[in-house]
Design a protein around this ligand. Structure first.
Ligand code: 3PG
Ligand code: CO
Length: 555
């Protein structure tokens, strides 16, 4: 149980945490879809209620450096846990730097599995993952280290299945990664070692679905990587150039799949890296949400999400274990952060009923990430998922903001819950499309949702903390690193930015019940991990010892 505060009995109604995903505070209004949006409710909140800025990137959320933008995993972990843990990006980088990754059983079993092979032939070692230095799901430097070590261990053949990013990095940057990497692989391919990119495609087209939103995407990835089905090219550089010519205007994340083949004189192409019995497969993404479905496709005996046609008998490892409760996968190269004593757990132990809601695209963010990457519920928790549309979100920028609001209002009216949380995906999911106009509409949809939700909080006698997990829609154009002005294309248009930002996020205290007794304290280090303790204080409870401090002022 959390102890009672001696100074404040808590608000009489519920405490609601509202995450406006991808809503940062812009450093330059030019290029900010948030500043361009018409948002009377948010304007009123900023004008009339206490608000501060929170750090939501870099070391404040457990990333290796302050050059690293925030993301939903580390952001929701920090908000839910009230603590900052070294996250996957840092843990993997450290395990490579000190060599401990190579000493672990998992890596040794992968090497042994590939060497043993099947039917008297050594196997191939495959690496599948997101091919960029975004450091959200993966980092290409980790892949580079894996390939170098594979050669040192005496593996003969390495094949890479490269998911093109353009979502955590500039939208058409694929060749900036592919060209040098193919050169690196070629230079390393001496003395009987042969390493090449064998297949790939845009990360929003194949393999990296999340939260069971779109299994056909994963099926398409399986056919590409495992079965070697898809448009054929001689190498990955040619594939990206060729696909861009075939699909003008398509940004990297949306490019279709490709397969690398060796061509006979008659033009017939044989894929160079299908996945076969006796091979070993490492998924080099460290983040779990978009890694679970493809992992299941390899490891589940009982599997009905799509027809695998054939399931090769491989040694499989994840870079991390993506779900500790489900033990997915059983073999992993680096241990994930052991996130303990989250707010969900301690509010539950304190007898509070909690309600969590979002649409599919962010559902795991307010449940699984919030609770420290656990897929199970704590006692007294109720979760409600609103199914997301299966469309490019620039076509429906309002997404499910209205339906999430309906669910939240009903939960408030039920009177059953003392702590509620929701995530509006709009600013982030539409921000990732790079479509400025749609992103302004996304923010307007959230503003409209708030205009409905806040009166329901008033009616319940509650308060709200309105915040975000990281920025995105606040920077829809690439800004020059020095001048912070939007950079332009040759034709004078601005360069669209699809990635998250390094900007701080707001924390607004919506309080119409305390009569001005409550405020928020701005400190230099205030960050997302201060929210859990703030919620506890609003409930009249002391924070857990492990949580970072509350920023609530009690006057
Ligand atoms: C994604 O997975 O969509 C992006 O890489 C990161 O976005 P998120 O951290 O907001 O989910
Ligand atoms: Co995002």
């Amino acid at each position: 149980m959390l102890h009672k505060l001696s100074t404040f009995a808590g608000v009489s109604g519920p405490v609601v945490v509202i995450i406006m995903d991808g809503y940062g505070i812009a450093s330059n209004k030019a290029g900010s879809a948030i500043d361009a949006a018409t948002k009377p409710t948010l304007d009123r909140l900023f004008a009339q209620f206490p608000h501060i800025r929170l750090r939501a990137h870099g070391t404040a959320v457990g990333m290796p450096s302050d050059e690293d933008m925030g993301n939903s995993e580390v952001g929701h972990n920090a908000i839910g846990a009230g603590q900052v843990y070294s996250q996957g990006a840092a843990l993997v980088a450290n395990a490579i730097a000190d060599g401990s990754i190579w000493q672990g059983n998992a890596w040794q079993e992968i090497v042994a599995g590939a060497k043993a092979g099947a039917h008297g032939k050594p196997g191939t070692l495959h690496f599948i993952g997101l091919f960029s230095d975004g450091n959200v799901h993966s980092h290409i430097d980790h892949l580079r280290a894996l390939v170098v070590q594979a050669k040192a261990e005496g593996i003969n053949t390495v094949r890479i299945h490269a998911l093109l990013d353009g979502r955590d990095v500039p939208e058409t940057s694929a060749l900036d990664y592919i060209v040098p990497f193919e050169a690196f692989l070629q230079a390393l391919s001496t003395d009987g070692f042969d390493a090449r990119i064998a297949s790939g495609g845009g990360r929003q087209t194949i393999t990296m679905d999340r939260y069971d939103a779109n299994w056909p995407m994963v099926a398409r990835g399986w056919r590409t990587h495992v079965l070697g089905e898809g448009p054929q090219f001689a190498n990955a550089t040619a594939a990206v150039i060729g696909l861009r010519e075939m699909h003008p205007g398509t940004i990297d994340q949306d490019l279709p799949e490709f397969v690398i083949a060796e061509f006979e004189e008659n033009g017939h192409g044989k894929p160079i890296g299908t996945i076969e019995d006796g091979d070993a497969v490492v998924l080099f993404n460290f983040r779990g949400d978009r890694a679970l479905e493809i992992t299941r496709s390899f490891v589940d005996d009982d599997f009905s999400h799509f027809d695998r046609v054939r399931r090769p008998d491989v040694s499989y490892a994840g870079m991390l274990q993506y779900d500790g409760d489900l033990q997915l996968p059983k073999r992993f190269l680096v241990s994930p952060p052991a996130i303990k004593d989250t707010s969900g757990e301690w509010f539950s132990k304190s007898g509070l009923a909690q309600f969590a809601c979002s649409e599919t695209q962010k559902f795991g963010h307010v449940t699984y990430f919030w609770n420290g990457n656990r897929s199970g519920k704590f006692e007294g928790e109720t979760w409600q998922e609103v199914p997301s549309d299966l469309v490019p979100f620039e076509q429906r920028p309002w997404m499910k903001a209205a339906e999430i609001t309906d669910a939240m209002i009903a939960a408030l009216q039920s009177g059953k819950y003392q702590v509620l949380r929701c995530n509006y995906a709009n600013g982030d999911m539409v921000g990732h499309t790079g479509n400025f106009r749609a992103a302004t509409m996304a923010i307007e949809a959230v503003d409209l949702a708030l205009s409905r939700l806040l009166p329901a909080i008033d009616a319940a006698g509650g308060v709200a903390l309105i915040t975000a997990d990281h920025g995105n829609a606040d920077e829809m154009f690439e800004l020059d690193k020095k001048t912070r002005q939007p950079t332009q294309n040759e034709n004078g248009s601005f360069k669209a930015k699809t990635a998250h930002t390094l900007n701080p996020v707001p924390l607004i205290l919506y309080d119409t019940v305390s009569g001005g007794k409550l405020g928020l304290q701005q400190t230099d280090s205030a960050g997302l991990s201060n929210i859990a303790a703030t919620v506890a204080n609003l409930l009249g409870l002391q924070k857990h010892d492990k949580w970072d401090d509350s920023v609530l002022q009690i006057k």
